[in-house]
Design a protein around this ligand. Sequence first.
Ligand SMILES: O=C([O-])CC(=O)C(=O)O
Ligand SMILES: [Mg+2]
Length: 219
Amino acid sequence: MSARNIARFWEWGRKIICVGRNYADHAIELKNAIPSEPVLFLKPPSAYVTEGSPILLPFYTSSLHHEVELGVLIGKGGTDIPQSSAMEHVAGYVLCLDMTARDIQDQCKSKGLPWTLAKAFNTSCPISDFIPKEKIPDPGNINLWLKVNDTVKQNGSTSQMIFSIPYLINYISQIISLEEGDLILTGTPKGVSSVQEQDVLQAGIDGIVTMTFKVDRKS
Ligand SMILES: O=C([O-])CC(=O)C(=O)O
Ligand SMILES: [Mg+2]
């Protein structure tokens, strides 16, 4: 069997672990408390979508939001990974969108129900090309941006994260063992807003990567 290619990790069927409220400015814009420990939720691998395919509006939402996030790709698995060696477990990065049915999430929050319908639907995790680790020497200080139809909506630095990447790898791996090919979405800065059918979303990491996705409705 030929060696698997980490650059096509989304085909491996591994976990997508998402961190919520990791930027104070975004927690505040949605009137959430600033967390004292990371807020975690999951997306299934069927949430992945790559450039060339559209983001599909779920039929049950009227408020689909974009959230641009840095994705950290695990290259070496582990349990109880110490912060001091956490970065040795990283293979690289991807730019991600944590697409969120905000109206459904609000309903789930008020009813005390899980966020699965709001966060885990097909195409809820658009991703860029794989970015090898060496291309981002300091992932704690890069700029993420997102435009909807050429209007800038989000523009924030990963230096604003409440919980750093080593902290998140240590915290998550004490609860959910990490495996090669798992992806951690590290949360979104402020500026989330709703998108409509036929909108074009462009996102990037300054100097590193850009990606473009169209929003469509399932035919
Ligand atoms: O706002 C949310 O839904 C939580 C979240 O995913 C984030 O902060 O990135
Ligand atoms: Mg998010």
